[in-house]
Ligand binder design. Structure first.
Ligand code: SAH
Length: 389
């Protein structure tokens, strides 16, 4: 096996279990190619870990094992899948939910690989060329450990030549219907980068429905397929969904329909969020709960939006159309926006706007999105309910 030698003084963090090997920590590694296994050793050639090359972010690759004799083969992945399944026994046994993450990258022992279960239809996401080289072993391991109706795949690395799509089983006709906390959603595993629902927000959707929707006027901006509106619609007075993409209207209507809610009873706007805030202000519309869950980065005509730079503007826009004693649900999935920085931005923005507020719930990823204790970016999701007085 090849080796990669750590620069002097760099071994402590890897001995402590940090799973992503930083390019800058390793001495000359030109001999390492995508997918190669290598032994990570210190400057005295003492073994620390076995890793594979899979370039992601600033990383050279991910640690797979701390046992020098470990063979990385189908059985290796089977073992990890079995543990991952045991840890998710809850999701296999509950009623009302049939979509969840089965395997969450470094949290479950293999950075660069995620597997989701959408009512028996699996979606594998490959985050580097390197991990894709283990496709054959991983697919075999999956077949040997789990029952599925079909398997689809998506390529999440930049130079992917392969389109992704159907892999195994019997391809369903899309959309398929999944259930989450007794609410139904359409899902398409074979249409662009997204699937119709973000499974990592399942607990946030539930919290919204159970505590912040009853008898409220709810506004959901960056609404995509309307999941936050759909989950709230039965309890809310009425929901309003706003998204720039044309397709969002039909997808949202269909999701309402699946849950026996007449889409005509709810409002859907195909519009830029900032334009909608202005529109609502001009028409004296007020909302009791406003959900803001934007993409990390978006471009609309000549304007660009970045959560790191512009989130405060969204909050200020929302405040103008928020009822007295209303609630903001503020989310970001940007891993470079730390929880601390996100909270500070929220507090600073609200203090400057001279409103009284309390952070009522601070939420993160659900249990099926198991994170790595020594790798902070894996806790990328922040969702904060803020009550404004
Ligand atoms: N909140 C959604 C996920 C949002 S995905 C959910 O819970 O499922 C990001 C969405 O933002 C996309 O649907 C995209 O069309 C939309 N979007 C991007 N820029 C926008 C803008 N300026 N105004 C409104 N929507 C926008």
């Amino acid at each position: 096996m090849k080796t990669a030698i750590l620069n002097k003084g760099k071994e402590t963090k890897y001995l402590n279990g940090y799973p992503l090997i930083d390019d800058d920590d390793v001495y000359a590694h030109d001999h390492l190619k995508e997918g190669d296994l290598f032994s990570l050793v210190n400057d005295e050639q003492t073994y620390i870990a076995t890793a594979y090359v899979g370039r992601q972010h600033k990383g050279l690759g991910w640690v797979l094992s701390y046992d020098e004799n470990e063979v990385i083969n189908t059985q290796f992945f089977e073992k990890l899948f079995e543990i991952a399944i045991q840890e998710r026994a809850y999701f296999y046994n509950i009623e009302g939910t049939n979509a969840f993450r089965i395997f969450n990258g470094e949290g479950d022992g293999v950075g660069g690989l995620t597997i989701d279960n959408y009512n028996g239809h699996f979606l594998i996401q490959w985050y580097s060329k390197g991990i894709y080289k283990y496709r054959y072993q991983i697919l075999n391991a999956l077949k040997n450990t789990l029952e599925y109706k079909s398997v689809f795949e998506k390529m999440r690395f930049k130079d992917a030549q392969i389109a992704g799509g159907f892999v195994d089983g019997e391809a369903p006709e899309f959309p398929i219907i999944i259930e989450e906390n007794f609410i139904f959603y359409n899902v398409d595993l074979n249409d662009g980068p997204m699937t119709g629902i973000f499974l990592d927000q399942k607990e946030v959707r539930k919290k919204l429905r159970d505590h912040f929707a009853e008898d409220r006027y709810l506004l959901n901006v960056f609404s995509y397929t309307g999941a936050f509106s759909v989950v709230s619609a039965e309890k809310a007075k009425v929901t309003t969904s706003v998204d720039l993409a044309n397709r969002s209207r039909t997808l949202t209507e269909e999701n309402f329909g699946l849950n026996a809610i007449d889409p005509k009873t709810q409002y859907i706007f195909v519009m830029d969020t900032f334009d909608y805030f202005n529109y609502a202000r001009r028409h004296d519309l007020l909302y009791d709960t406003i959900v803001i869950d934007p993409p990390s980065f978006a471009r609309n005509k000549k304007k660009t939006f970045s959560v790191l730079k512009d989130y405060d503007k969204l909050i200020l826009g929302a405040l103008e159309v928020l009822s007295p004693n209303g609630t903001l649900l503020l989310c970001t999935n940007n891993s470079t926006f730390s929880l601390k920085a996100f909270k500070k931005m929220i507090k600073d923005t609200l203090n400057n706007a001279e409103v009284d507020f309390e952070l009522s719930e601070v939420m993160g990823l659900p249990k099926d999105f198991k994170t790595h204790p020594h790798y902070k970016p894996s806790k990328y999701l922040k969702a904060i309910f803020v009550n404004i007085q």
